[in-house]
Design a protein around this ligand. Structure first.
Ligand code: CS2
Length: 479
């Protein structure tokens, strides 16, 4: 099988290859967390800038916990394809924007050089919700390989992403280069403010000089941002299917929905990103609330319900009459009413578009993938809305059932992919549904606590889910 690489990419005309000169690209962006989401989302914005003729927006993608993704990308000179899929349609584009893919502990010196360079404009992040909790023993990596021995003293103090980010920013400070924007692209409300807080907090803990601290506060911008595009994990079947149609193998293939959105708080980088489709606004918070509560909240709700109903893909769940109706009511009657919507958007219309997007079966978005890391996602996707509904005196019938579905998911699965899985699964496995609810939802590791007034309602749903098929429980709500 011919694998995509620098020698052959331009011959794959039907996959829309770059026509700019790859050798002339300068690195202008450091991206931490080389996820599929980054490649399918921000990677496309940077590609559009390059295609518009500005070759100063090459990206160095940094992996954090293992070199795996970088290794695969390096077997194809970091070229990869984004294949937009809807129905039977394929719309590929070969992306050249990522010019380097490296593993932080192996490439620290090179990254420090880039951090000091004049052309650096932006540091972007997709490090996932849990990374902002900064637990070095959990997020760290095992550094025993010989090639990092020389750097080991420094690297040992550089296990978390804030420590690494601070390391890069300090190099920039020392080189007296102008500040840059650091843009978090993780699904967290006020993601920019949180990033600033963890970095400044760490700088204080490390007793950094007051000069550096004031430079950090005045020169480094942390605009909040809202990102949107479904980019599921790729499967070998999709890679094979793509090969059959396009005649080359892409081991770094990305399948994505056609929808693409990036809303960023006003920042000088709008000069480059606005012309390629990013939206700049004064306040991101209302857009973020809408996206996280009405889209991601529904996504998580579907994920747990599908898991309990043994439905593999969320697209199958959302078109099921019983589950689809439940999700619609969850969005329209509860999640969509829990916050003040952006002035230019109607939550009901928005929710309808989301259900349509989620029903895109060609994405093969697995309910199990979305169900992972629930303890890191539900606080902002579900618990915050729940508490706001209580404050507003509105119905919580659907949202409490979603919380119970998560508890049941934790309870019945032997292995759950979640940093708090061990503790939570231990707590939830209590025959008394109320005790199980109280113990699990009061666990100290959860960033937001659900209002205890709702524990009996959640426990009732949990008791129902313990004895009846999930769809029967959803139906009982309807009648
Ligand atoms: C999903 C998101 O995996 C998940 O938790 O809810 O990745 C979702 O697909 C994106 O946020 C859509 O923008």
């Amino acid at each position: 099988m011919a694998q995509l690489n620098i020698e052959n990419y331009s011959s794959h005309k039907s996959a829309n290859p770059p026509t700019y000169d790859l050798s002339k690209i300068n690195i202008g962006v450091i991206h931490m967390g080389l996820s599929a989401f980054h490649r399918g989302h921000q990677g496309l914005y940077f590609e559009r800038i390059l295609r518009s003729g500005n070759l100063n927006f090459g990206v160095v993608g940094v992996t954090q916990r293992s070199s795996d993704v970088a290794d695969v990308m390096n077997t194809q000179n970091c070229l990869y394809t984004i294949n937009e899929r809807e129905g039977a349609g394929f719309a590929p584009i070969i992306v050249g924007a990522i010019r380097k893919a490296v593993f932080f502990p192996h490439a620290r010196q090179e990254l420090l050089e880039i951090a000091r360079s004049e052309n650096l404009k932006l540091i972007t992040l997709t490090v996932s919700e849990k990374a902002y909790q900064c637990n070095p023993t959990r997020d760290g990596i095992n550094l025993s390989s010989a090639d990092v021995q020389a750097d080991i003293a420094d690297i040992n103090s550089l296990l978390t992403f804030p420590a690494r980010l601070l390391d890069l920013l300090f190099a920039r400070f020392e080189s007296r280069m102008p500040g840059v924007a650091v843009i978090s692209c993780d699904n967290l409300p006020t993601n920019g403010d949180i990033t600033r807080a963890v970095v400044v907090d760490l700088a204080n803990k490390q007793n950094r000089t007051s000069d550096f601290l004031s430079w950090l506060k005045s020169e480094i911008r942390f605009p909040n941002s809202m990102v949107d595009r479904a980019v599921p994990a790729i499967t070998q079947d999709s890679i094979d299917e793509f090969y059959q149609s396009y005649g080359y193998e892409d081991r770094s293939l990305i399948t994505a929905e056609p929808y693409l959105e990036w809303v960023i708080e006003n920042d000088p980088v709008s000069e480059y990103l606005a012309p390629v489709g990013a939206r700049f606004v004064e306040k991101v918070a209302p857009y973020e609330a809408m996206k996280i509560r009405v889209f991601n909240g529904a996504h998580s709700a579907l994920a747990y319900i599908c898991q309990l109903a043994e439905i593999e893909y969320v697209a199958e769940g959302v078109v099921d009459p019983v589950i689809g109706e439940f999700i619609k009511n969850f969005q329209e009657k509860e999640a969509g009413k829990s916050f003040v919507a952006p002035a230019d958007l109607d939550p009901i219309e928005y929710a309808k578009i989301i259900r349509k997007r989620v029903s895109n079966y060609a994405l093969l978005h697995k309910s199990l993938q979305i169900a992972m890391d629930g303890s890191q996602k539900l606080p902002q996707r579900i618990f915050a809305s729940t508490n706001d509904l209580v404050k507003l005196g509105l119905s919580t019938d659907h949202i409490t059932l979603v919380i119970a579905a998560w508890l049941r998911f934790l309870e019945v699965n032997e292995k759950v992919n979640d940093p708090l899985a061990d503790s939570l699964q231990n707590l939830v496995r209590n025959p008394d549904a109320l005790q199980s609810t109280i113990n699990t939802l009061s666990f100290e590791g959860l960033a937001t606590k659900v209002d205890p007034k709702l524990f009996p309602q959640i426990a009732n749903w949990l008791a129902e889910l313990r004895t009846k098929p999930v769809k029967n429980v959803l139906q009982s709500l309807k009648s």
